[in-house]
Design a protein around this ligand. Structure first.
Ligand SMILES: [Zn+2]
Length: 242
């Protein structure tokens, strides 16, 4: 459940995680470094967005020393690696950007699980948060949700081992395939040229810019930690790993 990514304005940073969520590190060059953080020409760090938390990790400097990165954010269109302590790296230095894989993989598993939940609960979502320890999804609905039903259906979809893949599609292709839009649980934005779709084979299709696992079996066993009536029209579901 992440913001769809329009083409158009070329990002200053090559976003390696968009094409390969499993890449743990990449060589890169420092483009800028100020009090906000470090901007690279290429990165594997996912910046906080679309409900998914930003990545943590390290930037390994040319001399082998490590700068701990506490968070990754988007600021004025740039992907900013926020250091845990003030850091200064001169522009042009060649570094290695390496994510905290254990944390990221949990984000990927939870994020893919939220797509499964979207497929199980036939209502629009109006809020989403994906962290290391839980995933939270708010549905625009008044009907009650049943914990056993959700857990059973999630377990089934995980066990069925559905492949997960990214598809890029143009406005023209969307116009040519109206049935594709009808099957989507979230409608794609128009007029941005090209949209990134996340397909879980036979289960879910929607615009999404986040990071996901390659097959639903990789999510593992889930439990529903909480189902809340957050407001008259919102039901909140909190997922944890069992
Ligand atoms: Zn997603």
């Amino acid at each position: 459940m992440s913001d769809p990514v329009p083409e158009g304005a070329a990002p200053a940073t090559e976003e390696v995680y968009r094409e390969d969520a499993y890449r743990r590190e990449t060589p890169a060059s420092v483009m800028a470094c100020d009090e906000k953080g470090i901007v690279l020409d290429r990165t594997v760090f996912y910046p906080r967005g679309g409900g998914q938390a930003g990545d943590a990790g390290v930037i390994v400097r040319a001399d082998g020393s490590e700068v701990a990165i506490a968070d990754t954010i988007k600021s004025d269109g740039a992907i900013v690696h926020v250091p845990a302590a003030p850091a200064s790296i001169p522009p042009g230095e060649n570094v290695t950007a390496r994510i905290d894989w254990e944390k990221r993989h949990r984000h990927m598993r939870f994020h893919t699980a939220t797509h499964l939940l979207c497929a199980i609960v036939p209502h629009q979502t109006n809020g989403c948060s994906i962290t290391r320890d839980y995933a939270r999804l708010d549905f625009d609905m008044v009907e009650p949700l049943e914990r056993e039903h959700l857990e059973r259906e999630l377990a089934r979809l995980v066990d069925e081992a559905h492949d997960v893949r990214t598809i890029w599609i143009t406005d023209e292709e969307l116009d040519a395939k109206p049935e594709l839009v009808r099957t989507m649980s979230v409608k794609p934005p128009r007029g941005v040229g090209r949209v990134r779709l996340l397909e879980i084979d036979g289960v879910d299709l929607q615009p999404c810019g986040g990071t996901h696992v390659a097959n639903t079996r990789e999510i593992g066993r889930l439990r529903i930690a909480k189902i809340e009536k957050k407001s008259a029209r919102t039901r909140r579901v909190v997922l944890e790993f069992a």
